[in-house]
Design a protein around this ligand. Structure first.
Ligand SMILES: Cc1cc2nc3c(=O)[nH]c(=O)nc-3n(C[C@H](O)[C@H](O)[C@H](O)COP(=O)(O)OP(=O)(O)OC[C@H]3O[C@@H](n4cnc5c(N)ncnc54)[C@H](O)[C@@H]3O)c2cc1C
Length: 241
């Protein structure tokens, strides 16, 4: 197995996704490349040598030595407020990875794909959507994106652009925009039945978000008859240590 090493990473640019989240683009010399769905470890070191480390999914398909992360500000968090509010272009931190070999989409796969994301759980799913588009992929993708309200949408403009074979459904949990008939509520069986694939399609299902969301969504997919080995999950629980 390849040994993971910490590499210096320089922030090249950042853009706001929402009021509380931003996408950070890093240059990581020597980066070995990654698969859509993988994550990295990020390490910050203070002047006194104190370090803090967290995991973040990679948002971009592999692209030389560029690594993009989208980070949600967790109020009172140790690392995410620094990444979302303090860090400026030219600043450095360390990145280690890529990590994870199961929650990945490979472009040679021919199965239809269901992506189910809750909140910032959209990030690795977006890497898959972008990788498919970049490769001119024809495998159909369906994205169910659960979020509190429209102001929380990541990648809003990009997901609005036509992308043949990609269907996007927003599922609002707190407040839905005018004209949307589905009332704001948590993900339910009918959401997956209507916006997803029938079990007979033998789709590969990728579910990512907060632990509770992931467990609920995976249970619903099982209840709909999807095969357990086709359901891949990534839980965005607290990290660190
Ligand atoms: C594989 C993996 C990939 C991840 N990818 C992303 C990503 O792409 N974007 C992203 O924004 N985050 C992602 N996370 C979450 C991330 O690792 C951190 O947990 C998060 O940024 C909070 O770190 P912090 O230092 O700001 O907060 P901390 O100082 O660690 O925690 C502050 C408080 O917030 C709570 N808390 C911490 N993390 C979470 C959380 N995720 N959900 C709810 N409460 C929490 C803690 O229990 C604590 O009470 C990922 C986690 C994993 C395991």
């Amino acid at each position: 197995m390849r040994r993971l090493v910490w590499r210096p990473a320089e922030l090249i640019s950042c853009v706001a996704e929402t009021e509380s989240a931003r996408t950070l683009r890093f240059r990581v010399p020597g980066w070995p490349g990654h698969l859509p769905g993988q994550h990295v470890d990020v390490r910050l070191t203070a002047d006194d040598g104190y370090t803090a480390q967290r995991s973040y999914s990679v948002a971009n398909p592999t692209d030389g030595d560029l690594v993009e992360l989208t980070v949600e500000n967790v109020p009172d968090g140790e690392v995410s407020p620094y990444l979302t509010e303090v860090m400026r272009a030219g600043d450095r931190l360390e990145i280690r990875g890529p990590v994870g070999g199961w929650f990945v989409w490979r472009q040679e796969s021919t199965a239809p794909v269901l992506l189910v994301g809750g909140g910032s759980g959209i990030v690795p799913l977006m890497a898959m959507i972008r990788a498919r588009r970049l490769a001119g992929g024809r495998v159909p993708f369906r994205l169910l994106y659960s979020l509190r309200d429209p102001a929380r949408r990541y990648y809003a403009e990009e997901l609005r652009r036509p992308d043949p074979g990609l269907d996007v459904t927003y599922l609002y949990t707190r407040s839905a925009p005018e004209g949307v008939s589905r009332p704001a509520r948590r993900l339910m069986l009918e959401d997956l039945a209507e916006g997803g694939w029938p079990a007979s399609a033998e789709a590969d299902c990728y579910v990512c978000g907060p632990t509770g969301f992931v467990e609920a969504a995976a249970d619903l997919l099982l209840a709909l008859g999807h095969a357990p080995e086709r359901i891949r999950t990534e839980r965005f629980g607290p990290t660190g240590g």
